[in-house]
Structure formats: structure tokens, C-alpha cells
Design a protein around this ligand. Structure first.
Ligand code: S3P
Length: 172
């Protein structure tokens, strides 16, 4: 139940497309830890990509599964876990992660992020059928919830390798 700081899993949060998965994968590799991608776990269970899960099964079921997986993994030792951008909006997920793991918030400015939108929209149901203004509103609304974290990193001027190395130094 009570993991030491060195054993605690590292959890990555932040908006869609900020680089959580890539950074978490690099950190896991460099620390010889298991990498867990929550979205991938859910997709594997349903046997379809997230967009199809949202369409055919519904966001509610997706969020239930998301909670189930995050609560399970964040309590385990020595994992590096990438959360979907919406996961931290669930209070139970926030509480469990902040209690049992070390949470890293990967932040990005709206100006840098919007350059990436075109690469994200096909695979992110939350971005589909939304105007740029609506997406900016969601981006800003979520920021305040992401602010509950153990450590924050502005990623604008760093590549994923640099972000990963910074994180590794900070947990040494
Ligand atoms: C979501 C983000 C996605 C995925 C799903 C919903 C969100 O994860 O969980 O499409 O609500 O922000 P990424 O943050 O990895 O894109």
C-alpha cells in the first residue's frame, strides 16, 4: 500500500497531443520500467480504436474503463503511465494518482498546440465536430484541473528526449 518515493509509478498528464506517450515511453526505457498507455489498454480490451469506442460504445463506457485501468496501474510500483487527456477530469483518478504515484503535467502554450491540431483530429473524438474556438475553450478549462500535479513542465521549446531526460534527473 505505501510505496516509497523510488518505487512510485510516474504518471503523465496533459492535453491531447502534448507528447505524453512519447515522453513516457522514453522515460520507461531509460529507467528500465514498464510502460503503460491507458488508451491502448482500453483499445485492446474493446478491440477497436478510441474513435470507434466513442461512436459504437459511447464515451461513458470509455471513461469507466479509463478509471478502472488508471486506478489499477497507478497503485502498482515502478510503472511509467501515460493517461489520456481527459482522464484527470475524473476526481477519483486525480485522487488515486496524487496519492499513489508521482504526477507529471506536460504543459504547452495554446499557440504551439494549435499547430499540431491537424495531426490529431482524426484519432481524437473529443476534437471532432468542434470549432477552433471550442477547442481553445476546452484547452483552457482543462488547464486548471491539470494544475493539480506533483511537477509541471512547459514543453514548448524542448523536444521529447529533452523532456524525458529532465524528468529522469528530477526523480533520481
Ligand atoms: C481524450 C484524450 C485521448 C483519449 C480520448 C479522450 C480527452 O488521449 O483518451 O480520445 O478527453 O482528452 P490523448 O491525450 O493521449 O490524446
Amino acid at each position: 500500500e505505501n510505496l516509497s518515493m523510488r518505487e512510485k509509478s510516474l504518471v503523465f498528464i496533459g492535453f491531447m497531443g502534448v507528447g505524453k506517450t512519447t515522453v513516457a515511453q522514453l522515460v520507461a526505457k531509460k529507467l528500465y520500467r514498464d510502460f503503460v498507455d491507458i488508451d491502448l489498454e482500453i483499445e485492446r480490451e474493446f478491440g477497436m480504436p478510441t474513435t470507434d469506442i466513442f461512436k459504437k460504445i459511447g464515451e461513458r463506457k470509455f471513461r469507466e474503463k479509463e478509471k478502472e485501468y488508471v486506478l489499477r496501474y497507478c497503485k502498482q510500483p515502478l510503472k511509467v503511465i501515460s493517461l489520456g487527456g481527459g482522464a484527470f477530469m475524473q476526481e477519483d483518478i486525480r485522487n488515486a494518482c496524487l496519492k499513489h504515484s508521482i504526477v507529471f503535467y506536460l504543459d504547452i502554450s495554446w499557440d504551439s498546440w494549435k499547430e499540431r491540431l491537424h495531426m490529431l483530429v482524426d484519432s481524437r473524438p473529443v476534437l471532432q465536430d468542434r470549432s477552433l474556438e471550442d477547442i481553445e475553450e476546452l484547452f483552457n478549462a482543462r488547464k486548471s484541473t491539470y494544475e493539480e500535479h506533483n511537477s509541471k513542465l512547459m514543453t514548448d521549446h524542448f523536444n521529447e528526449e529533452e523532456v524525458a531526460n529532465y524528468i529522469i534527473d528530477s526523480v533520481k
